[in-house]
Design a protein around this ligand. Structure first.
Ligand SMILES: CC(C)(COP(=O)(O)OP(=O)(O)OC[C@H]1O[C@@H](n2cnc3c(N)ncnc32)[C@H](O)[C@@H]1OP(=O)(O)O)[C@@H](O)C(=O)NCCC(=O)NCCS
Length: 157
């Protein structure tokens, strides 16, 4: 059963699509908690935002804004890959999931991953996949994922 408190938190922590204005609400600073992410000029941000918008539902960046502080406190993205295999099937790739360190442990990460997974399912994907560090395995298991195979990578820079 939902308590008055938890429904109040629901309202404060709603998942929505990224908007251009989020650049000035700490979106880049949040990504800096995930990995190397230099500052991005307003112009480059808008350019990249427009580039991604062309993909429509095939590329989604979602965020949670803390209504009280006006800060972006969680984000994640999903890219829909169109394949020839599996009857021209589609696969969702989840990337760049991060929750602000001040609000971790409040189910926001799970909310983001569920939102992205639902998007992949609703756009017709037969599965959704992601890479993560071993210490995040329990988190993704809580989100309904299971470990399968290994990740390989080749860096160009
Ligand atoms: C990983 C991360 C996104 C989790 O976000 P969060 O909001 O703190 O996680 P949630 O509160 O939604 O946790 C959901 C469940 O996973 C569990 N969980 C979360 N992180 C965990 C961890 N490191 N080890 C074990 N369990 C964990 C929670 O206890 C919770 O369990 P419950 O459903 O039984 O209550 C967050 O810690 C983070 O941003 N880390 C830094 C960036 C990062 O590593 N991102 C992932 C890139 S792949």
């Amino acid at each position: 059963m939902q308590t008055a408190n938890s429904s109040a938190e629901e309202e404060i922590f709603r998942v929505r699509k990224l908007e251009i204005a989020d650049k000035n609400k700490g979106f880049i600073e949040l990504l800096q908690q995930l990995t190397v992410c230099d500052s991005v000029s307003d112009e480059r941000f808008q350019e990249r935002f427009q580039e991604l918008a062309i993909y429509g539902d095939d590329h989604l960046v979602c965020v949670i804004e803390d209504d009280k502080s006006g800060k972006i406190v969680a984000t994640g993205s999903v890219f829909i890959e169109k394949k020839f295999i599996r009857n021209c099937g589609k696969v969702g790739h989840i990337e760049d999931v991060v929750v602000d360190s001040s609000v971790r442990g409040k189910q926001l990460g799970k909310k983001i991953v569920e939102f992205l997974s639902d998007h992949a399912r609703l756009t017709g994907c037969y599965k959704v996949i992601l890479d993560c560090s071993t210490n995040n395995i329990p988190f993704y298991e809580r989100c309904g994922f299971k470990q399968k195979e290994v990740q390989m990578v080749k860096y160009f820079i």
